[in-house]
Design a protein around this ligand. Structure first.
Ligand code: BTN
Length: 246
């Protein structure tokens, strides 16, 4: 059952010890007309990642989904995802982690020689017409207090990087920053750029079954990435991006 989480947050918080997926629960709430609710779970048994992937979500992480109904066209929805990445990276930095953002919305800890490990991921889902979003669910998964043994390959956690983090405080900071940016969408891209590790990197991007290799140049006002390839500049709006060794 949902119990109090005890947060001073700009959202109503619904906390569960265990859920299949906080995104699924937030979608259910969207179906019953709710808005500005955050679903938090200690553990997920059916966590979902981007591109239909499974997302491991054992106890100790921060697994949450924000449900809102912004008055924006779907084309601006990526700004919400980027705002969530900014909020998560900032909260991780406050917790002492050298966090950065890999386009479009993975929070990573950069290592030597182009290496990086993933700290958090974001899965945004929405429904709406061409001119207007009906609801938006921004799911944020953070490997907060997960021990190395509980982490998938290529991942890291806050406790591995900087010691155990107070999860309630962490969630509160994420929600505060997300709330700040959703009412100031024009500030999202500049904030994203300040934290972005991707521009300047050699990247491989898988988009709709094809592969693009080149140097990431910058992101535009919608969050799309420009990549300089041998065939000229290409702009990608979504995809799976990997930083390559220089
Ligand atoms: C990714 O990097 O592939 C995105 C991962 C998103 C995981 C979070 S955990 C909370 C929310 N509920 C889910 O089932 N997924 C998201």
């Amino acid at each position: 059952p949902a119990i109090e989480y005890g947060l001073e947050a700009p959202f109503a918080v619904e906390y569960h010890e265990t859920l299949a997926s906080t995104n699924d629960r937030a979608r259910e709430l969207a179906g019953s007309g709710e808005t500005d609710v955050v679903v938090v779970a200690d553990e997920q048994t059916g966590g979902r990642g981007r591109l239909e992937r499974v997302w491991d979500a054992p106890a100790g992480g921060v697994w949450l989904s924000i449900l809102c109904r912004p008055e924006i066209p779907p084309a601006r929805a990526p700004l919400y995802t980027l705002a969530a990445a900014v909020a998560t990276a900032r909260a991780a930095r406050e917790a002492g982690v050298d966090a950065a953002i890999k386009w479009p919305n993975d929070v990573i800890v950069p290592g030597d020689g182009g290496d990086y490990r993933k700290l958090a991921g974001i899965l945004t889902e929405m429904e709406g017409e061409t001119d207007r979003v009906a609801w938006l669910v921004v799911g944020i998964g953070v490997n907060a207090n997960l021990e190395a043994a509980d982490l998938p390959e290529g991942a890291t956690s806050i406790c591995d990087e900087a010691g155990v983090v107070g999860r309630r405080r962490f969630v509160q900071r994420v929600l505060e920053t997300f709330d700040e940016y959703r009412s100031n969408l024009d500030a999202v891209i500049p904030a994203w750029r300040d934290l972005a590790a991707t521009p300047g990197q050699r990247v491989r991007i898988e988009v709709a079954g094809t592969e693009l290799v080149g140097r990431a140049v910058d992101v535009d006002g919608h969050g799309a990435l420009t990549v300089a390839t041998d065939e000229g500049e290409r702009t990608v709006t979504t995809g799976d991006c990997e930083h390559l060794r220089p």
